[in-house]
Design a protein around this ligand. Sequence first.
Ligand code: ZN
Ligand code: ZN
Length: 211
Amino acid sequence: MIVDRLIVGHMKVNCYFCINEKTNTGFIVDPGDDDAKICKHIEENGYNITHIILTHGHFDHIMALKKVKDFTGGKIVIHKNDAPLLEDDNLNLLRYVARIKRDYVKEDIIVREETLKTSDFEIEFINTPGHTDGSMCILCGDIMFSGDMLFKGSIGRTDFKPYGDTKKMADSIRRLKEINKDYKVYPGHGEETTLREEIRSNPYFNENIWN
Ligand SMILES: [Zn+2]
Ligand SMILES: [Zn+2]
């Protein structure tokens, strides 16, 4: 499996391509913006995209969704609790940043805590609310896409109403702490890390910070 990254949009979102190198087929995580750049990258590499998976529904992770879907035919996957954000620019925070026109598109597949089998991968979704209620960590092999829930050395904001929730974030972090397996972590912004490294050194994994 290869994980390939493009940094897109003003918010510098990590858009990932997770590809089986034998079949050149796989999925995209968070086509945040710069649709032309994303589509060109797909075309140049000859990727077949079966799914477009969203770590959560904030605008900076979904702005290129419609164009990338039209281009690839990939099925859009989002957690149930973040599906409303795809249609509502107040909920996905776009209204607070800009009044621009964007393309709307709905999800194809709503997920909860479950496993999705694609032609090439088995992908597991765990719901880790706090940044938004439908934030997911996406697990595939030894890789975790953590969205804006977990960053290298930090975590996502929990003050975006009505979906941000500090208590839920604390529980989500406790849940990640329980995972025994080490994962390579690819966050929604910034550089990659590992789950072990975050558990060891990320201040938000220290229980004292939540008391
Ligand atoms: Zn976000
Ligand atoms: Zn973000």
